[in-house]
Design a protein around this ligand. Structure first.
Ligand code: DGI
Ligand code: FE
Ligand code: FE
Ligand code: FE
Length: 189
């Protein structure tokens, strides 16, 4: 795929080498999951590689681009970079990486929060981001196994852990994070 070669320099320059290597890990995990669940491997490759393309290492650049694309507004309080980089990444993927596939763009846009009624690709990117090989936090091995056994159960567990993590730190919870989990509970049962 040309995109793997063509996007490399843009990614390393904007998100840094470490996050680029994480992105390659997400790409490889997403390819494996796509094989397992008969999903489009090319789309998973592109979405995995680009999912964090909006996560600028330079925070002032992230905020400036987010203003330019109308993702945040002047005077807005409660600006959370973690919750901006998905929507920003979707814009950067379209404009700088020339991606026009709506499913790939939404997989990037919603990879942090999730959303109701996620496509198979979107679920794969969310969970690949959570379990890619360099991830190392409590409970990740359980979800790594579960991801290849029952994708929805793995997704629900990853969302539960994320929500607990966010609550434990007293952070704001994005409505999409809640809506994604509630939808999945109804979908899974
Ligand atoms: O960009 P990555 O680190 O690879 O992963 P990510 O885009 O999934 O971001 C994960 C972070 O986002 C993690 O620290 C938890 C945080 N997060 C997810 N949902 C919410 C959230 N943070 C807040 N404040 N609110 C949320 O709803
Ligand atoms: Fe991310
Ligand atoms: Fe994630
Ligand atoms: Fe990521």
């Amino acid at each position: 795929l040309d995109i793997i070669k063509n996007s490399k320099d843009i990614l390393i320059n904007s998100i840094g080498l470490e996050r680029y290597l994480h992105s390659v890990g997400v790409m490889e995990e997403a390819r494996k999951l796509s094989l397992k669940y008969n999903s489009d491997i090319e789309k998973a490759t592109i979405a995995g590689l680009l999912h964090d393309c909006g996560k600028y290492a330079d925070k002032s650049e992230l905020l400036k681009k987010a203003y330019d694309f109308g993702i945040i507004q002047k005077g807005q309080v409660n600006i959370i970079p973690e919750l901006i980089h998905g929507a920003l990444g979707a814009e950067i993927a379209m404009k700088e990486h020339k991606i026009d596939d709506r499913d790939i763009i939404d997989a990037i846009k919603y990879h942090t929060t999730g959303k109701p009624n996620m496509s198979l690709l979107q679920k794969i990117i969310y969970i690949a981001d959570y379990i890619e090989p360099s991830r190392d936090f409590f409970g990740v091995d359980e979800i790594r196994k579960l991801a290849y056994d029952d994708l929805n159960k793995a997704l629900l567990k990853a969302m539960d852990n994320t929500i607990k993590h966010v609550i434990d730190r007293g952070y704001y919870i994005h409505p999409d994070t809640i809506a994604a989990r509630n939808y999945l509970i109804n979908e899974t049962n």
